[in-house]
Design a protein around this ligand. Sequence first.
Ligand code: ATP
Ligand code: MG
Length: 422
Amino acid sequence: MSKKIQAIRGMNDLLPKDSALWAFVERTIADLFIAYGYKNIRTPVVEKTDTFCRAIGQATDIVEKEMYSWHESNGDSLSLRPEGTAGCVRMMIEHNLPREGIQKVFYQGAMFRHERPQKGRYRQFHQVGLEVFGAPDAKVDAELMMITHSLWQKLGLKNITLEINTLGSSEARASYRDILVEYFSSHKDQLDEDSLRRLESNPLRILDSKNSAMQDLINNAPKLMTHLDEESDQHFEQFKAYLKALNIDFVINTRLVRGLDYYNRTVFEWTTTDLGAQGTICAGGRYDGLVEKMGGKPTPAVGLAIGLERLILLLEAQEIDLHNQPLAIYIITPSESAQLQSMQIAGTLHESMANVIIYNDISLGSFKSQFKKADKANADFALILGEEELNNNQVSIKPLKSQEQQVALSLDEAIKYFKDYT
Ligand code: ATP
Ligand code: MG
């Protein structure tokens, strides 16, 4: 017997029962971003491996061990995208977009990382990201916080904290790196294997370690905040002033360095304690040097990415009911003669009303079984096309979620009835 087919571990199906919630969340996000003047872009799922290595940095978890890469027959190494910024930057450079002025864009789609799958951590997952190219001011960083803050409010989410930090200029970061290496080197006996490796490759990431045995050592480490360059210091002050003016609460987390290499100045994470270890639902920061590093003209940039699976998990954990089903009508067609008309009526209803779901029965079962299906579909109304109705050029409407009377109406009256209801 052949083996049962199944999906790849850590790569999930979206089942029909969950699709309304996903669609609602995706629509809410897109509408909000568009309302703030951001334009949707799409980049390929596959890029040259080098594009990711250069953008994300060699000494990162993603490039070191999480990418799905392969060689083409001509020797090119290609990879599935592990995140969205690299492709976005490649696109900006290739099409010379920043030359046309400030670019405010957003993307959405599947990302791929070879991680150990667990709740909130998958091998294929979905991000929605915002990026702004060409604007150095902290006002943009604050706008990103304003948009995400507004999104949590629109979705009714609670218990989300904004954590912020600044990484300074690349020069300040470089000299801080030396100070950190000196500090951790003098405490090598307390470092775990991962951190010993990072001491060489990416010492700032040691601050990111979740190892509880190292927490004291990390808490006592020298702070980048006290080694900031003047301009980055001012930039951070401005960022905070904007947040205060916008009434957006935040905490400063000096250990927040972010996994990716390319950040400078502002970094931030929106976190929650309701999702266990995978508590970051949105993260990002400024990456002023990246466009130039990738071969473009010097272009300041800032961006963020929201993890959609974690956002959905949080909505479920907080039991938020989004009441997002539009009016749903189930057309009940008990007789052979009603089939043609039910199609015409469904067409007319769709033409007359926006935002309505019409289930036109296709089971051709008994009157009773069709009603059962209407209930199962969670329909608000049954629209009945029985013999009597057909003879009188009418339809019957039976409310399924209230005790209201069934009524027989002409189709025009029925449309008015539904419109009045919504
Ligand atoms: P983490 O520290 O949780 O591994 P990260 O720093 O690797 O996160 P980013 O690369 O900044 O994450 O991605 C932004 C967001 O995408 C994360 O905050 C998270 O919500 C989501 N995300 C990242 N990796 C995964 C994954 N493997 N599965 C599901 N969501 C993910
Ligand atoms: Mg990660």
